[in-house]
Design a protein around this ligand. Structure first.
Ligand SMILES: Nc1ncnc2c1ncn2[C@@H]1O[C@H](COP(=O)(O)OP(=O)(O)OP(=O)(O)O)[C@@H](O)[C@H]1O
Ligand SMILES: [Mg+2]
Length: 387
């Protein structure tokens, strides 16, 4: 698939911009702060409803405006679809699909993107929440159903934490608090949490061979890159095998048991201590944890391998009208890489149906990725055919 047209209204630095895009490689080139990332961020946001730069929506709306609109025409197997999303900071987004109003969720699945960015290094070196987001964003792209499981679970954990805090203060005041309500939220958290957790583990299983292959390609096969899901519900006393973690009914039972066991501590601390929001994906390189052991270059290779593997997984996923191939977005990554990794990455992404690259200077775009060049300056995008 590819994006053929993009129009932004009050998105980030853009008051109004309309651009057309082609399949193949497009490089967006221009000095710092001119709005290159803003353009590709809008496309990725339309595919995932999340930004690689900010958690909330507020920064996406142009300062001084009250809502942003992103419109994109996506070409898939010869059939265009028109996706429109209105982003209102702090409120629910509104969506239209082929000009008919619809729930935003219905847009998910019409556009798929895989975005590479300098921030990806944090997937390897950073905290578990980045790796959880990686899993959940990919799950959302693989199947919009998981998008609702994910948001259900996030909502339930928030509610449950609020209740645990109330229970904690009730206890301090010498009363029992409303324990029965807590039981209800335990059940909800276990049900959606089990779906999410099992979904992640299944997805990671499918992803694993792609990560190994991609790491080998990026790094010239020096060590084996492995992934291991660390479930907070699995303990030393009662370890749960990876197989079992793919079974939602079993995971739900285990989560309920763990919540019952941990309740006094949860009330004391006022937070939910077990469930997919406390899990991690351990990245292992040559038998050692990548975090803390891998070199800078190896960490980059691992981060690239995770993105390349996502691309392969989405592309090969057949349930999707035969065209699940995502649009590849490379936001300023080449400047971060040494020349060998740069060339390898360029070779690997070159055959994709659409590749959008941002770079401050044209020289940062490897020669293997020749295509259309768009100059971005002062909020304007102009076409400059590459020499
Ligand atoms: N909500 C917003 N309202 C107005 N301007 C914004 C908003 N969000 C970001 N900007 C502006 O957009 C500009 C950054 O754009 P962007 O990140 O796309 O730059 P870039 O071309 O990718 O630069 P670089 O080469 O440094 O990565 C900044 O000047 C920033 O102040
Ligand atoms: Mg940028």
């Amino acid at each position: 698939m590819y994006v053929s047209d993009l129009a932004l209204t009050d998105f980030r630095s853009y008051r109004e911009v309309v651009i057309s895009l082609e399949p193949g490689v497009t490089a967006l080139v221009g000095p710092n702060g001119q709005g290159k990332t803003n353009l590709v961020e809008s496309i990725a946001y339309l595919a995932t409803f999340s930004s690689h730069r900010v958690a909330g929506d507020a920064a996406l709306v142009r300062a001084g405006a009250d809502r942003a609109i992103v419109q994109a025409k996506v070409q898939r197997g010869g059939r265009p679809s028109l996706l429109e999303l209105e982003i209102v900071a702090g409120r629910a987004n509104r969506a239209r699909l082929n000009r008919s109003p619809t729930r935003p969720r219905e847009l998910l699945g019409h556009l798929r993107t895989v975005l590479f960015a300098p921030e990806d290094l944090a997937l390897v070196k950073g905290d578990p929440d980045g790796r959880r987001r990686f899993c959940d964003d990919l799950l959302t792209l693989l199947g919009p159903r998981m998008a609702s499981v994910r948001s259900d679970y996030e909502r339930v954990v928030k509610q449950r934490n609020a209740l645990l805090k109330t229970a904690a203060s009730a206890r301090r005041a010498g009363s029992e608090g409303d324990i029965r309500t807590l039981d209800v939220w335990d059940a909800k958290a276990a049900a959606s949490g089990a779906q999410l957790l099992a979904g992640r583990v299944r997805m990671l299983r499918d992803l694993r061979p792609h990560v190994q292959a991609a790491y080998e390609q990026v790094s010239s096969g020096q060590s084996l890159a492995e992934l291991s899901y660390r479930a907070s519900v699995s303990t030393d006393e009662d370890p749960i095998s990876e197989d079992d973690l793919t079974r939602p009914e079993l995971v739900e039972e285990k989560l309920l048991e763990a919540m019952a066991r941990l309740r006094p501590r949860e009330i004391e601390r006022g937070v939910s201590l077990v469930g997919p929001h406390r899990d991690d994906v351990e990245l292992i390189l040559g038998g050692l944890p990548a975090k803390g052991y891998a070199s800078h270059g190896e960490s980059w290779s691992f981060a690239l391998a995770l993105r390349l593997a996502s691309y392969e997984l989405l592309k090969g996923e057949g349930s999707w009208d035969g065209d699940g191939e995502p649009v590849l977005i490379l936001d300023d990554v080449f400047a971060e890489l040494d020349s060998r990794r740069r060339e390898r990455l360029a070779e690997l992404v070159a055959p994709a149906e659409q590749v959008l690259i941002t770079a401050a200077v044209g020289e940062d775009v490897p020669g293997a990725l020749s295509g259309v060049r768009l100059d971005v300056a002062d909020g304007k995008v102009t076409r400059a055919d590459r020499a």
